[in-house]
Design a protein around this ligand. Sequence first.
Ligand code: PEP
Ligand code: MG
Length: 574
Amino acid sequence: MTFSLHGLPVSQGIAIGHVHLVSHALLEVNHYHVPSKHLADELERLAEAVACVRGELVGLKAAAKAGQSHSEVGAFVDLQLMMLADPMLIEAARGLIESRRCNAEWALVQQLDLVVEQFRQIEDPYLRERQADVVQVVERLVKVLLGHPGHLPPKRRDGLGTVIVAHDLSPADTIGFRDHNIAGFVTDVGGPTSHTAIVARSLAIPAVVGLHHIRDLVEDNELIIIDGTRGIAIIAPDETIVQEYRLRRAELELERSKLNRLKDTPATTLDGEDVSLFANIEGPKDVGQVKAANADGVGLYRTEFLFIGRDTLPDEDEQYEAYRAVLKAMPGKTVTIRTFDVGADKALNGHHGRTEPNPALGLRAVRYSLAEPKMFLTQLRALLRASVHGKLQIMVPMLAHAHEIDQSLALIDKAKAELRAEKVKFSDSVPVGGMIEIPAAALSLGMFIRRLSFLSIGTNDLIQYTLAIDRSDEAVVHLYDPLHPAVLKLISNTIQAGARAGLPVSVCGEMAGDPAYTQLFLGMGLRNFSMHPAHILEIKQQVLRADVGELAPKVQRILKMDEQARVRDAVERL
Ligand code: PEP
Ligand code: MG
């Protein structure tokens, strides 16, 4: 019987193949006491296993290096080598063998429980997820101690690939996947920042994680389809479904191979206009994707993701580390970091405990920052400290009033004065820009242009506030129309005003990553786009096909239209 399961899509594409179940019983090891006279042998067994795993990891690293595209894998292997050398693990396990006469497997698993517990206490979600690496290192050791090496199934001859179904996988486990015709994998657990997810993306192997009990629901060799774009696993599909997915896969592959070829092509229009394509990120974890798409820099780093979903605020050092990590990873490229845009749908845990009558119109973004100057100052200090590590720009969200900029700039000056007094280094020439996402700002650009070094149009909010539609309210989502003539006029005004003043303007809302609007924006005069890194190549393809000279007069005509249906038709024709 065909059935499907939904999980977290972590790596795009479609895989069709036979299930290869990977068992997870490894850590359920025997517990026994070693006779005193054999203790030395037991210690030797452990030492040999450690040496063997170290050898395996070093070998994997070399294989990763030779395979070029696996630089991330190399880093994970390093991490596992480090864990293998950590006294908390091996030395402590030796201690347990000596003092309590535990067998080596049992000693390791006991120590593992302690280490994992320590990882669970870590607040940083990225570091917390690294507990998976400790588990994988111990699994490797236990495998060697028990004498069964891990193995991948041989290549199949029926043209179908193998789909690995596991509780969890280590990045190192995935290295041999290409050679064994592994079409994709699904796991019970895993998050979007898990190493395995990262590696799956870098290998371009479709993967879905977080499918909970999939291991209990499928059988070895059963046919399975995974749709890594939508996060679906279809088990025991019938022939019609298989055919449908074969077709989808062929289309996707063609599209992707065409797009990947554009990675190193400059984004220049047919008539020679250069366009910059920047990436939107939520934290250092996204930098890999930014580099994979060869973005021109970061156009929007939404720092509020450092603040939300936790009980305490990140201190100056934690913020500094996050900003520095991104700046260092993007040498020579501009990194635009937006000051925290908390409030409304991105509320802080337990902060301000006030029920707002209308959160989208309430204490949000720069309003919140200015209401909490201490918190704002901490972020500005962290940003300035990080500024020595790259080309930083600071961006302030949701401006509507001149005094909001004046106060923000005064706080930046205060942060600088403090750092100067403390003899802490920072760059004195960090450009400060603002987001145009409230209609009032788009209609009074002069006061923003006079005070700021660049502007970025947040179309998500600009649409919300122009059309009076709460972007998080499903009931009015059908009224959310990016092509409403009023919205287009505000965007175009902003681009024009920036051009007249010689101030860079970008668009960083979702519209920038939607190929349906690229020609329209180019015709309006936009040359800087910022979007999720996954969209960059698709937008570049649109840029390469565009002729700005031809588009500009057409777009001028569209901007004069005041019927939504006519606008839509005309934009489609572009
Ligand atoms: C926007 O409003 O378009 C924007 C980019 O900011 P956010 O989506 O974070 O509100
Ligand atoms: Mg916004």
